[in-house]
Design a binder for this molecule. Structure first.
Ligand code: FAD
Length: 514
């Protein structure tokens, strides 16, 4: 065996910082695995020099949530520079039965989501290439990029793509889970805009996947998460885009929630059908410092506006008086994502929960009542920022999801708009975890019960907003789940991504039980 490999195995065995011991687990024959087609001895030596243990200089702390940056302790970080490096580390993980996690932008909010407790964390911070095709119709993106990296590159050419709305969120996780963009009404989810993937399978094989080659896997990657392989390049379609309009409006909640919910319903049922260039995020949050509830509305539109003007589709929102904040303006796509990023600071404890209902005014009002009631129990915990967020999956979005062949989410082509309801909460101390998670779980179960009783429940659960206790894949429908399992059996017959990569949403269920 090459000395680099010994170094690697020793690093795993000796640099333990977590509880689990990889070497205690049964080992496959490493020599057989390491002779694999994609692993050369030179490559293995390169890898050994690119590895450092958890006390070494390559340790990455760039995770959004405290649960991942502090509670999760990998044995080592691995920093690949290309797909072959990834192939080698997957085979080494198999050889040692040492689990691994894959980190893109590191925004998964829960422990182990993209940082491996006791295992190898594959950190893409050295795979940040972005290259535009000669005809500028597509862009090849390395998996270590965040959205602001992509937009800043494309903006130089008066282009953009339908990616995430927050600057530092990663391309990898967002795209594999679906991806809601400011442009989803026109272009569908981010995953619907991917033309091809380069992916490393559990066998170590490197594949190019597109609508014609490995078409079943191409479909599965559109919303199926990291269940099939490690994506080492995304090729996405671009479109022309200069400055666009948007920003945040905020009011005290008691007087604004009524007109805002009316405006949101009208936007969902009418405005968004007439003008698919708009995008809306409606939040209700508790502001601890001011000790008051606030409404925050993010409105965006792909057409720029002259100063003082706004797109007609948002008339009802802009007509609400006494906003204490209004940042709406025309500026670059990247600047809009930087503004949203500022509201999502790094380093706190975080939790996201999600569910879906049909659009209904009374339901929206009552879910907000439930949220307030539950949050009142926890709102004074240090650092607490709880928010109930309504997003609309509009009919044009549902239609646009069909335009490039469809995705796995099971909602494509639906004829009614949906409320994507997101519960988000930030707080400071681990000692408050139990109470915070209990409150969110209560909001979820009470709201879903209410929606069911009214005939307004929808089974869809968006992976990118799900908690570690929820099961998005099951929500895609029996048929889609069965298809995803078939694809997994075909491309990952040994179940590498189901067993050795356990921290995120798997085909058979969520990473944790509540
Ligand atoms: C502040 C904030 C804003 C957000 N805004 C949006 C938004 O506008 N639209 C939206 O749809 N969602 C949004 N989300 C949700 C976001 O899409 C998910 O949290 C997503 O998983 C983050 O991707 P990441 O690469 O940063 O995360 P990571 O934690 O790095 O990755 C998440 C999971 O994706 C998988 N993964 C990542 N890269 C790869 C890869 N190359 N190959 C295989 N698997 C991979 C891994 O399994 C990992 O467990 C937001 C989240 C936050 C916290």
């Amino acid at each position: 065996m090459q000395s680099g490999v010994w170094w690697f195995l020793l690093a795993l065995a000796l640099s333990a910082t977590g509880e689990a011991s990889c070497t205690e687990k049964p080992m496959s024959d490493p020599n057989r695995l390491l002779r694999g087609k994609w692993v050369t001895s030179d490559r293995l030596n390169d890898i050994s020099s690119g590895l450092k243990n958890n006390d070494g200089c390559f340790c990455s702390l760039a995770f959004w949530s405290q649960q991942q940056s502090q509670d999760t302790k990998p044995r080592c970080f691995f920093h690949p520079t290309d797909a072959e490096d990834v192939s080698a580390v997957i085979l080494l993980s198999r050889a040692t039965q040492c689990p691994f996690a894959v980190k893109g932008g590191g925004h998964a909010p829960f422990e182990g989501g993209s940082n491996s407790n006791g295992g190898i964390t594959i950190d893409f911070d050295r795979m940040k290439h972005i290259s535009l095709s000669d005809d500028m119709s597509s862009v090849a993106i390395g998996p270590g990029n965040t959205w602001v990296d992509v937009y800043r590159t494309l903006e130089k050419f008066n282009l953009t793509m339908a990616g995430g709305r927050t600057a530092t969120v990663g391309v990898g996780g967002l795209t594999l889970g679906g991806g809601i963009s400011f442009f989803s009404g026109q272009y569908g989810m981010t995953c619907d805009n991917i033309i091809s993937y380069e992916i490393v399978l559990g066998s170590g094989e490197i594949l190019i996947v597109d609508s014609k080659t490995n078409a079943d896997l191409f479909w599965a990657l559109r919303g199926g998460g990291g269940n099939f392989g490690v994506v080492t390049q995304f090729v996405a379609q671009t479109f022309e885009q200069g400055p666009m309009w948007g920003g945040t409006l905020a009011w005290e909640m008691v007087s604004s929630k009524g007109p805002l919910i009316d405006a949101m319903i009208s936007y969902a049922e009418k405005g968004s059908n007439e003008d698919p260039k708009g995008a809306l995020i409606q939040s209700f949050a508790y502001a601890q410092m001011q000790q008051m509830w606030i409404s925050a509305t993010m409105v965006h539109h792909s057409d720029p506006q002259s100063p003082g003007r706004h797109p007609e589709v948002f008339d009802d929102f802009l007509a609400i008086e006494n906003a204490f904040r209004d940042t709406t303006r025309s500026t670059s796509h990247s600047n809009h994502t930087i503004e949203i990023d500022a509201a999502n600071p790094i380093g706190l404890r975080q939790s996201y929960w999600g569910f879906t209902t049909y659009v209904d005014k009374q339901l929206a009002v009552e879910i907000l009542d439930i949220f307030e009631e539950e949050v009142n129990q926890i709102k004074n915990f240090t650092g607490m920022v709880p928010a109930l967020v309504y997003q609309i999956i509009t009919v044009p979005q549902l239609k646009a999801m069909m335009s490039n062949g469809g995705n796995t989410l099971g909602i494509n082509g639906g004829k009614r708009p949906l409320f994507l309801v997101q519960l988000t909460v930030m707080w400071m101390h681990k000692s408050d975890d139990e109470a915070v998670l209990t409150a969110m779980s209560n909001v979820l179960s009470r709201s879903q019960e209410l929606a069911r009783a009214r005939g307004l429940h929808h089974p869809f659960l968006y992976m990118n907003y799900a908690s570690q206790f929820q099961d998005p894949i099951a929500s895609y429908g029996t048929e889609n789940k069965a298809r995803l399992i078939e694809v997994s059996k075909r491309y990952d017959p040994d179940g590498v991504f189901q067993n050795l990569n356990p921290g995120y949403f798997k085909l058979m269920g969520p990473p944790n039980q509540w």
